[in-house]
Design a protein around this ligand. Structure first.
Ligand SMILES: Nc1nc2c(ncn2[C@@H]2O[C@H](COP(=O)(O)OP(=O)(O)OP(=O)(O)O)[C@@H](O)[C@H]2O)c(=O)[nH]1
Ligand SMILES: [Mg+2]
Length: 237
């Protein structure tokens, strides 16, 4: 019985990997840089993205010379239920596609394929995918993204990177959010940063507050740098 469960799991992962590769080829063809944002429920993914869009996004119709340092960004957002996050992000004026998974605790490549069919990828610089709030399930599903961001907030406890390693192991960037609440929860930054580094020695780590804007400039620099580097890479797909 247990062997059968493993076979099903592998079949699901194999099928997902194929669809993710197809998504990645579409992204490469369109020249769009894609980021998968993951965290526990309530760490602040939507708040973080709402501020990012307000500060960094420009409408695709804007002429290149008027875009300054801004990027043409769209968002795909996944939740088990409700379109609350799409509504919150939609007020910024960017294109947002909501996926409601109807019970599944993560996005998969097929859901993303259906969502991106609603977007004009060629008119975008960056696509950000907000995954379903969950520290376990989303981490093992490739969506075709180029980079992964894991969020953790100061209120969650310093040991979470050790308890939920998969989310952090595969992250390119870890954002420690809600730094404005650090004092109230006696946040020990050096412990969290050390724990993240143990699990993911290569990941960049930033402290930020999506609420106050503290530390967000570092993230914007990271985003611009990664997008620029990706734009210059030869396309192998
Ligand atoms: N003080 C403070 N509150 C924050 C910050 N970021 C988010 N919040 C609050 O935390 C709560 C949850 O934030 P969301 O952005 O909805 O979190 P989420 O990760 O998108 O949640 P799910 O989509 O449900 O997984 C909201 O009340 C936010 O206003 C922050 O940097 N500081
Ligand atoms: Mg959200």
């Amino acid at each position: 019985m247990s062997t059968r469960v493993i076979e099903i799991h592998e079949a699901v992962q194999g099928q997902n990997d194929q669809l993710a590769a197809r998504n990645r080829a579409l992204f490469e063809d369109a020249g769009v840089y894609v980021i998968n944002v993951m965290s526990a429920p309530g760490s602040g993914k939507t708040e973080f993205l709402a501020r990012t869009l307000a500060d960094m996004a420009v409408h695709p119709s804007q002429e290149p010379m008027d875009r300054r340092n801004r990027l043409r960004i769209a968002v795909v957002v996944g939740d088990i239920a409700t379109d609350n996050d799409a509504k919150r992000l939609g007020v910024t004026g960017v294109d947002v596609v909501q996926i409601t998974t109807g019970g599944y605790c993560h996005l998969d490549a097929d859901m993303v394929a259906k969502a991106i069919a609603k977007l004009d990828l060629r008119n975008l610089d960056v696509l950000i995918i907000e995954n379903v709030g969950n520290m376990v399930c989303p981490a093992t599903f490739d969506l075709g993204e180029h980079a992964r961001i894991a969020l953790i907030s100061v209120t969650e406890g310093e040991d979470k990177p050790l308890k939920y390693p998969t989310l952090f192991q595969r992250a390119d960037l870890v954002v420690i959010n809600k730094i404005d609440l650090a004092e109230a929860v006696d946040y020990k930054g050096y412990v969290v940063i050390d724990n993240i580094s143990r699990i993911s020695p290569e990941a960049y780590i930033l402290e930020a507050s999506a609420k106050t804007g503290e530390g967000m400039a570092d993230w914007y620099l990271y985003l611009q740098t990664m997008h620029e580097q990706h734009r210059k890479l030869p396309c192998y797909v």
